[in-house]
Design a protein around this ligand. Structure first.
Ligand code: PGA
Length: 252
């Protein structure tokens, strides 16, 4: 049985004091998620990781939004996995479409980061998803299969089972135009088949999230689908009330 996961991707939002405010006010919500067997977490910016780890209630997963594949060295502006590990980060988003678009993040680079995170026992949340043009051409499956094959290349089945995948159609991110639950389920089912082709039966243990304009009003629809194991949520994860409503509706 795959455990559900709700991860809030804060992107480039919140100052450290705002992040502290959220972390120190979310105890009840985190407890509710945990009591209902749901993993719950947030992915703040690098500078907000320390305050969130410090003020978060027990059980709140703290995720980074990116990392370097290198341990240390002359990589100006980068943050390494040992640095994240030391501050208490346990998850890390990899290959978000915004990083692929604005920072030339390739699936091959994601693959190196995923391997390095697994070696450090940090859970990678590997993002994939197609553009509107690819969707309209009917080439979604080919596109995501390519991203999955390159990003998950050369992992053992045991390693693959520890990765979380997030399927986020780019046309649904921040647009208010979420994919229907049927479209999301179909592509996520296809991703699971692709993983099965690569890693065998272990694909049934890999958690696959949907992301893209998930809101309190639609999260329950996604969670009712067999292959969807949770959500990666941007805008609707920023305010505590909205995050609480996401949890309530995910559970309810
Ligand atoms: P959104 O972002 O929920 O604001 O659409 C999702 C994401 O990019 O992870």
């Amino acid at each position: 049985m795959r455990k559900k996961l709700l991860l809030g991707n804060w992107k480039m939002n919140k100052t450290p004091s705002e992040a502290k405010e959220f972390a120190s006010s979310c105890e009840e919500m985190v407890k509710k998620a945990i009591d209902n067997n749901v993993d719950v977490g947030v992915a703040p910016t690098f500078v907000c990781l320390c305050p969130v780890v410090k003020y978060a209630p027990k059980g709140l997963i703290v995720s980074a939004q990116n990392c370097s594949q290198y341990d240390h060295g002359a990589y100006t502006g980068e943050v390494s996995i040992p640095m994240l590990k030391e501050v208490g980060v346990t998850y890390c988003i990899i290959g978000h479409s915004e990083r692929r678009e604005y920072d030339a993040e390739t699936s091959e680079k994601c693959n190196a980061k995923i391997k390095a995170l697994l070696a450090a026992e940090i859970t990678p949340v590997y993002c994939c998803g197609e553009s509107l043009a690819t969707y309209e051409e009917g080439k979604t499956n080919e596109w995501v299969a390519e991203q999955i094959k390159a990003g998950m290349k050369d992992l053992t089945p045991e390693q693959a089972a520890k990765v979380v995948i997030a399927y986020e159609p780019i046309w649904a991110i921040g647009t208010g135009k979420s994919a229907t639950k049927e479209t999301a389920e179909e592509t996520i089912g296809f991703i699971r088949k692709t993983l099965e082709g690569m890693f065998g039966a272990v694909a049934q243990d890999i958690r696959i999230l949907y992301g893209g304009s998930v809101k309190p009003e639609n999260i329950h629809d996604y969670m009712s689908m067999e292959d969807i194991d949770g959500a990666l949520v941007g805008g609707a994860s920023l305010k505590l009330d909205s995050y609480k409503a996401l949890i309530d509706n995910l559970i309810g």
